[in-house]
Ligand binder design. Structure first.
Ligand SMILES: *Cc1c(COP(=O)(O)O)cnc(C)c1O
Length: 369
Protein backbone atom coordinates (compact mmCIF):
# COMPACT_ATOMS: atom_id res chain seq x y z
CA UNK A 1 0.00 0.00 0.00
CA UNK A 2 1.53 3.24 -1.01
CA UNK A 3 0.71 5.90 1.49
CA UNK A 4 -0.81 9.23 0.65
CA UNK A 5 -0.11 10.93 3.96
CA UNK A 6 2.82 10.00 6.19
CA UNK A 7 5.31 11.37 8.64
CA UNK A 8 8.66 10.19 7.43
CA UNK A 9 11.21 9.87 10.23
CA UNK A 10 14.86 10.23 9.32
CA UNK A 11 16.80 8.04 11.72
CA UNK A 12 20.17 9.27 10.49
CA UNK A 13 19.04 12.81 11.35
CA UNK A 14 18.13 11.72 14.90
CA UNK A 15 21.58 10.19 15.35
CA UNK A 16 23.31 13.22 13.85
CA UNK A 17 21.36 15.52 16.18
CA UNK A 18 22.45 13.47 19.20
CA UNK A 19 26.04 13.85 18.00
CA UNK A 20 25.48 17.61 17.58
CA UNK A 21 24.13 17.83 21.14
CA UNK A 22 27.18 15.96 22.43
CA UNK A 23 29.48 18.32 20.54
CA UNK A 24 27.60 21.35 21.94
CA UNK A 25 27.78 20.06 25.52
CA UNK A 26 31.18 18.39 25.77
CA UNK A 27 31.66 16.26 28.85
CA UNK A 28 27.95 16.20 29.68
CA UNK A 29 25.79 13.13 29.84
CA UNK A 30 22.72 13.22 27.65
CA UNK A 31 19.25 12.35 28.88
CA UNK A 32 17.26 12.10 25.65
CA UNK A 33 13.73 13.38 26.26
CA UNK A 34 11.28 11.09 24.46
CA UNK A 35 8.02 12.06 26.17
CA UNK A 36 4.83 12.56 24.12
CA UNK A 37 5.64 9.70 21.74
CA UNK A 38 9.11 11.16 21.22
CA UNK A 39 7.58 14.51 20.23
CA UNK A 40 5.45 12.68 17.69
CA UNK A 41 8.35 10.74 16.14
CA UNK A 42 7.43 7.34 17.61
CA UNK A 43 8.60 6.44 21.12
CA UNK A 44 10.20 3.05 20.64
CA UNK A 45 11.66 3.65 17.19
CA UNK A 46 13.18 6.93 18.36
CA UNK A 47 14.61 5.43 21.53
CA UNK A 48 16.05 2.51 19.59
CA UNK A 49 17.64 4.95 17.15
CA UNK A 50 19.02 7.05 20.01
CA UNK A 51 20.47 4.07 21.86
CA UNK A 52 23.71 6.06 22.10
CA UNK A 53 22.15 8.39 24.68
CA UNK A 54 23.05 7.95 28.37
CA UNK A 55 19.43 7.80 29.55
CA UNK A 56 15.90 8.47 28.41
CA UNK A 57 13.44 10.83 30.05
CA UNK A 58 9.65 10.55 29.87
CA UNK A 59 6.80 12.41 31.51
CA UNK A 60 4.48 9.51 32.31
CA UNK A 61 5.21 6.12 33.76
CA UNK A 62 3.29 4.43 30.91
CA UNK A 63 5.85 5.82 28.48
CA UNK A 64 8.66 4.30 30.51
CA UNK A 65 6.89 0.94 30.63
CA UNK A 66 6.66 0.95 26.81
CA UNK A 67 10.42 1.49 26.63
CA UNK A 68 11.12 -1.40 28.98
CA UNK A 69 8.67 -3.67 27.15
CA UNK A 70 10.56 -2.92 23.95
CA UNK A 71 13.69 -4.25 25.65
CA UNK A 72 15.33 -0.87 26.25
CA UNK A 73 17.62 -1.15 29.25
CA UNK A 74 19.15 2.31 29.49
CA UNK A 75 18.23 4.35 32.57
CA UNK A 76 14.74 5.89 32.30
CA UNK A 77 13.92 9.03 34.28
CA UNK A 78 10.30 9.89 35.12
CA UNK A 79 10.32 13.69 34.83
CA UNK A 80 7.18 14.10 36.92
CA UNK A 81 7.96 11.22 39.27
CA UNK A 82 5.19 8.96 40.56
CA UNK A 83 1.81 9.85 42.03
CA UNK A 84 0.70 6.81 44.03
CA UNK A 85 1.95 3.63 45.66
CA UNK A 86 1.10 1.46 42.67
CA UNK A 87 3.21 3.65 40.40
CA UNK A 88 6.05 3.60 42.92
CA UNK A 89 5.99 -0.21 42.95
CA UNK A 90 5.89 -0.27 39.13
CA UNK A 91 8.80 2.17 39.01
CA UNK A 92 10.79 -0.11 41.31
CA UNK A 93 9.92 -3.15 39.22
CA UNK A 94 11.00 -1.36 36.02
CA UNK A 95 14.08 0.22 37.59
CA UNK A 96 13.07 3.80 36.79
CA UNK A 97 14.79 6.85 38.21
CA UNK A 98 12.38 9.29 39.84
CA UNK A 99 12.09 13.02 39.91
CA UNK A 100 10.86 14.15 43.33
CA UNK A 101 9.25 17.57 43.12
CA UNK A 102 6.58 17.66 45.84
CA UNK A 103 6.21 16.69 49.48
CA UNK A 104 3.44 14.22 48.53
CA UNK A 105 6.12 12.26 46.69
CA UNK A 106 8.39 12.37 49.75
CA UNK A 107 5.50 10.87 51.71
CA UNK A 108 5.17 8.05 49.17
CA UNK A 109 8.87 7.29 49.50
CA UNK A 110 8.62 7.41 53.30
CA UNK A 111 6.01 4.66 53.01
CA UNK A 112 8.35 2.57 50.86
CA UNK A 113 9.76 0.33 53.52
CA UNK A 114 11.30 -2.45 51.50
CA UNK A 115 12.83 -3.34 48.22
CA UNK A 116 14.68 -1.43 45.59
CA UNK A 117 16.76 1.63 46.22
CA UNK A 118 15.94 4.45 43.86
CA UNK A 119 18.06 7.01 42.10
CA UNK A 120 16.21 10.22 42.95
CA UNK A 121 16.39 13.51 41.09
CA UNK A 122 15.27 16.24 43.48
CA UNK A 123 13.70 19.05 41.53
CA UNK A 124 14.52 22.55 42.68
CA UNK A 125 12.22 25.34 41.55
CA UNK A 126 14.61 28.15 40.71
CA UNK A 127 11.95 30.39 39.18
CA UNK A 128 9.76 28.46 36.77
CA UNK A 129 7.09 28.12 39.46
CA UNK A 130 5.75 24.92 38.01
CA UNK A 131 7.30 21.88 39.70
CA UNK A 132 9.93 21.57 42.40
CA UNK A 133 10.92 22.62 45.89
CA UNK A 134 11.58 26.30 46.30
CA UNK A 135 15.09 27.09 47.57
CA UNK A 136 13.76 27.79 51.06
CA UNK A 137 11.89 24.45 51.06
CA UNK A 138 14.85 22.48 49.80
CA UNK A 139 16.71 21.88 53.11
CA UNK A 140 13.67 20.26 54.73
CA UNK A 141 12.98 18.12 51.64
CA UNK A 142 16.61 17.05 51.61
CA UNK A 143 16.47 16.09 55.30
CA UNK A 144 13.46 13.92 54.61
CA UNK A 145 15.23 12.23 51.70
CA UNK A 146 18.24 11.49 53.88
CA UNK A 147 15.98 9.87 56.49
CA UNK A 148 14.09 7.57 54.09
CA UNK A 149 13.63 4.01 55.37
CA UNK A 150 15.14 2.68 52.14
CA UNK A 151 18.12 4.95 51.49
CA UNK A 152 18.31 6.27 47.93
CA UNK A 153 20.90 4.69 45.68
CA UNK A 154 21.86 8.23 44.73
CA UNK A 155 20.47 11.73 45.15
CA UNK A 156 20.84 14.11 42.22
CA UNK A 157 19.50 17.62 41.63
CA UNK A 158 17.72 19.13 38.68
CA UNK A 159 16.06 22.36 37.76
CA UNK A 160 14.22 23.57 34.69
CA UNK A 161 14.77 26.87 32.87
CA UNK A 162 11.82 29.10 32.05
CA UNK A 163 13.32 31.47 29.47
CA UNK A 164 16.45 29.88 28.05
CA UNK A 165 15.10 30.37 24.52
CA UNK A 166 15.57 34.13 24.98
CA UNK A 167 19.25 34.57 24.35
CA UNK A 168 19.66 37.83 26.24
CA UNK A 169 17.27 37.28 29.13
CA UNK A 170 18.67 37.68 32.64
CA UNK A 171 16.40 35.05 34.10
CA UNK A 172 18.52 32.07 33.05
CA UNK A 173 21.59 33.34 34.89
CA UNK A 174 19.44 34.09 37.93
CA UNK A 175 18.04 30.55 37.91
CA UNK A 176 21.52 29.04 37.65
CA UNK A 177 22.72 31.28 40.49
CA UNK A 178 19.87 30.07 42.72
CA UNK A 179 20.83 26.47 42.06
CA UNK A 180 24.51 27.19 42.69
CA UNK A 181 23.64 28.79 46.01
CA UNK A 182 21.94 25.59 47.10
CA UNK A 183 24.86 23.49 45.92
CA UNK A 184 27.30 25.69 47.81
CA UNK A 185 25.40 25.07 51.03
CA UNK A 186 25.32 21.31 50.66
CA UNK A 187 28.10 19.41 52.36
CA UNK A 188 29.30 16.09 51.04
CA UNK A 189 26.84 13.25 51.54
CA UNK A 190 27.15 9.50 50.87
CA UNK A 191 24.11 9.70 48.57
CA UNK A 192 25.94 12.16 46.28
CA UNK A 193 28.05 10.69 43.52
CA UNK A 194 29.51 13.77 41.84
CA UNK A 195 33.18 14.76 42.03
CA UNK A 196 34.24 16.08 45.44
CA UNK A 197 31.26 14.49 47.16
CA UNK A 198 28.80 16.89 45.56
CA UNK A 199 25.57 15.94 43.82
CA UNK A 200 25.25 15.30 40.13
CA UNK A 201 23.07 18.05 38.60
CA UNK A 202 21.03 18.55 35.47
CA UNK A 203 19.96 21.96 34.19
CA UNK A 204 19.77 22.54 30.46
CA UNK A 205 17.01 21.56 28.07
CA UNK A 206 17.69 22.16 24.35
CA UNK A 207 17.72 25.95 24.65
CA UNK A 208 19.75 25.79 27.86
CA UNK A 209 22.42 23.53 26.49
CA UNK A 210 22.70 25.30 23.12
CA UNK A 211 22.47 28.87 24.35
CA UNK A 212 23.86 28.90 27.87
CA UNK A 213 27.13 27.05 28.48
CA UNK A 214 26.95 27.83 32.21
CA UNK A 215 23.48 26.24 32.36
CA UNK A 216 24.29 22.69 31.38
CA UNK A 217 25.21 20.85 34.54
CA UNK A 218 26.49 17.26 34.46
CA UNK A 219 23.48 16.03 32.51
CA UNK A 220 21.70 17.85 29.70
CA UNK A 221 18.09 17.07 28.86
CA UNK A 222 17.47 17.80 25.19
CA UNK A 223 14.16 17.09 23.56
CA UNK A 224 13.50 19.47 20.68
CA UNK A 225 17.11 19.66 19.44
CA UNK A 226 17.25 15.89 19.01
CA UNK A 227 14.39 16.19 16.58
CA UNK A 228 16.33 18.78 14.60
CA UNK A 229 14.24 21.77 15.58
CA UNK A 230 15.45 25.11 16.91
CA UNK A 231 14.24 26.24 20.34
CA UNK A 232 15.18 29.83 19.49
CA UNK A 233 12.66 32.12 17.79
CA UNK A 234 13.95 33.39 14.47
CA UNK A 235 16.28 30.45 13.92
CA UNK A 236 15.68 27.08 12.33
CA UNK A 237 17.37 23.78 13.07
CA UNK A 238 19.85 23.99 10.21
CA UNK A 239 21.08 27.35 11.58
CA UNK A 240 22.18 25.38 14.65
CA UNK A 241 23.69 22.45 12.78
CA UNK A 242 20.62 20.25 13.33
CA UNK A 243 18.63 18.27 10.76
CA UNK A 244 14.84 17.94 10.78
CA UNK A 245 13.95 14.38 11.71
CA UNK A 246 10.24 14.52 10.77
CA UNK A 247 8.87 15.34 7.34
CA UNK A 248 5.08 15.44 7.14
CA UNK A 249 4.11 14.83 3.55
CA UNK A 250 1.01 14.02 1.60
CA UNK A 251 -0.26 14.07 -1.98
CA UNK A 252 -2.29 16.26 -4.26
CA UNK A 253 -5.69 14.60 -4.70
CA UNK A 254 -7.30 17.21 -6.97
CA UNK A 255 -6.30 20.30 -8.92
CA UNK A 256 -8.94 22.81 -9.90
CA UNK A 257 -9.38 26.18 -11.56
CA UNK A 258 -11.04 28.82 -9.41
CA UNK A 259 -12.23 31.84 -11.37
CA UNK A 260 -11.31 35.30 -10.15
CA UNK A 261 -13.68 36.51 -7.41
CA UNK A 262 -14.74 33.08 -6.13
CA UNK A 263 -13.85 31.84 -2.66
CA UNK A 264 -12.27 28.61 -1.44
CA UNK A 265 -13.25 26.46 1.52
CA UNK A 266 -15.34 26.80 4.67
CA UNK A 267 -16.33 30.32 5.52
CA UNK A 268 -15.18 31.57 2.13
CA UNK A 269 -12.23 33.22 3.82
CA UNK A 270 -9.94 33.13 0.78
CA UNK A 271 -10.92 34.83 -2.44
CA UNK A 272 -9.18 34.40 -5.80
CA UNK A 273 -7.83 37.78 -6.88
CA UNK A 274 -7.14 36.34 -10.33
CA UNK A 275 -8.04 33.08 -12.00
CA UNK A 276 -6.30 30.63 -9.72
CA UNK A 277 -5.01 27.08 -9.74
CA UNK A 278 -5.81 25.35 -6.45
CA UNK A 279 -4.29 22.04 -5.39
CA UNK A 280 -6.18 20.02 -2.81
CA UNK A 281 -3.77 18.15 -0.52
CA UNK A 282 -4.87 15.26 1.71
CA UNK A 283 -3.84 16.55 5.15
CA UNK A 284 -6.00 18.39 7.65
CA UNK A 285 -6.52 19.11 11.30
CA UNK A 286 -7.54 15.48 11.79
CA UNK A 287 -3.92 14.69 11.00
CA UNK A 288 -2.38 17.44 13.09
CA UNK A 289 -2.18 20.30 10.59
CA UNK A 290 -3.30 23.11 12.88
CA UNK A 291 -6.59 24.72 11.98
CA UNK A 292 -5.07 28.06 12.90
CA UNK A 293 -2.57 27.82 10.07
CA UNK A 294 -3.09 31.09 8.23
CA UNK A 295 -3.76 31.56 4.54
CA UNK A 296 -0.45 32.17 2.83
CA UNK A 297 1.44 29.53 4.82
CA UNK A 298 3.92 27.75 2.54
CA UNK A 299 3.38 24.23 1.21
CA UNK A 300 6.20 22.67 -0.75
CA UNK A 301 5.84 20.81 -4.07
CA UNK A 302 8.45 19.56 -6.50
CA UNK A 303 7.31 22.41 -8.76
CA UNK A 304 7.85 25.06 -6.07
CA UNK A 305 6.19 26.62 -3.04
CA UNK A 306 2.43 27.15 -2.90
CA UNK A 307 0.42 29.13 -0.37
CA UNK A 308 -2.38 27.84 1.85
CA UNK A 309 -5.71 29.14 0.58
CA UNK A 310 -8.47 29.33 3.16
CA UNK A 311 -9.30 27.27 6.19
CA UNK A 312 -7.73 23.94 7.03
CA UNK A 313 -10.40 21.21 6.89
CA UNK A 314 -10.35 17.98 8.85
CA UNK A 315 -8.84 15.92 6.03
CA UNK A 316 -7.70 18.44 3.44
CA UNK A 317 -6.15 21.77 2.70
CA UNK A 318 -6.38 23.93 -0.41
CA UNK A 319 -3.17 25.42 -1.76
CA UNK A 320 -2.80 28.24 -4.24
CA UNK A 321 -0.40 26.94 -6.88
CA UNK A 322 -1.15 29.58 -9.51
CA UNK A 323 1.98 30.13 -11.55
CA UNK A 324 3.67 26.91 -10.48
CA UNK A 325 3.99 24.88 -13.61
CA UNK A 326 2.65 21.39 -13.59
CA UNK A 327 1.30 20.60 -10.11
CA UNK A 328 -0.70 17.42 -10.78
CA UNK A 329 -2.81 14.88 -8.95
CA UNK A 330 -0.47 12.44 -7.24
CA UNK A 331 2.35 14.97 -6.69
CA UNK A 332 3.97 14.97 -3.25
CA UNK A 333 3.36 17.92 -0.97
CA UNK A 334 5.46 18.67 2.09
CA UNK A 335 3.64 20.24 5.04
CA UNK A 336 6.83 20.58 7.09
CA UNK A 337 10.22 18.99 7.49
CA UNK A 338 12.94 18.58 4.89
CA UNK A 339 13.06 21.74 2.78
CA UNK A 340 10.34 23.48 4.81
CA UNK A 341 11.27 24.06 8.47
CA UNK A 342 8.49 23.31 10.94
CA UNK A 343 9.60 26.47 12.77
CA UNK A 344 8.30 28.52 9.79
CA UNK A 345 4.99 26.69 9.79
CA UNK A 346 4.64 27.29 13.53
CA UNK A 347 5.07 31.02 12.90
CA UNK A 348 2.20 30.91 10.40
CA UNK A 349 0.05 29.04 12.93
CA UNK A 350 0.78 31.32 15.89
CA UNK A 351 2.32 28.48 17.87
CA UNK A 352 5.64 26.80 18.62
CA UNK A 353 7.14 23.90 16.65
CA UNK A 354 6.81 21.62 19.70
CA UNK A 355 3.03 21.70 19.36
CA UNK A 356 3.09 20.83 15.67
CA UNK A 357 5.39 17.81 15.88
CA UNK A 358 3.72 16.47 19.05
CA UNK A 359 0.32 16.98 17.48
CA UNK A 360 0.68 14.68 14.48
CA UNK A 361 -2.32 12.44 15.02
CA UNK A 362 -2.53 8.72 15.39
CA UNK A 363 -3.95 8.13 11.95
CA UNK A 364 -0.75 9.39 10.34
CA UNK A 365 1.59 6.47 9.72
CA UNK A 366 5.19 6.99 10.81
CA UNK A 367 7.61 5.72 8.20
CA UNK A 368 11.18 5.17 9.28
CA UNK A 369 13.90 5.93 6.81
C1 LIG B 1 10.32 18.42 28.09
C2 LIG B 1 11.42 18.67 29.04
C3 LIG B 1 12.75 18.81 28.59
C4 LIG B 1 13.10 18.91 27.12
O1 LIG B 1 12.89 20.22 26.68
P1 LIG B 1 13.27 20.70 25.20
O2 LIG B 1 12.96 22.14 25.22
O3 LIG B 1 12.41 19.93 24.28
O4 LIG B 1 14.70 20.40 25.00
C5 LIG B 1 13.74 18.91 29.54
N1 LIG B 1 13.45 18.89 30.87
C6 LIG B 1 12.19 18.78 31.33
C7 LIG B 1 11.95 18.78 32.79
C8 LIG B 1 11.14 18.68 30.44
O5 LIG B 1 9.90 18.58 30.91
Amino acid sequence: MSRILRASIDRAALRANLAAVRAAAPGCKVMAVVKANAYGHGLVATATTLAGADAFAVARIEEGVLLREAGINLPVVLLEGVFNGAQLAEAAHRDFELVVHDSSQLALLEGWGRGRRFTLWVKVDTGMNRLGFRPEEFPRAFERLCALPVPPREIRLLTHLARADERDCEMTSAQVARLRAILDQLGPHPAFAGPGGRPVVSIGNSAGLLGWPQARGDWVRPGLALYGVSPFPGQVGTDLGLSAAMTLESSVIAVRRVPRGETVGYGGTWRAERDAAIAIVAAGYGDGVPRHLASGAPVLFAAGTGALAGRVSMDMIAVDVTGLSGVRVGDRATLWGRGLPVERIADHAGTIPYELICGVSQRVPLELR
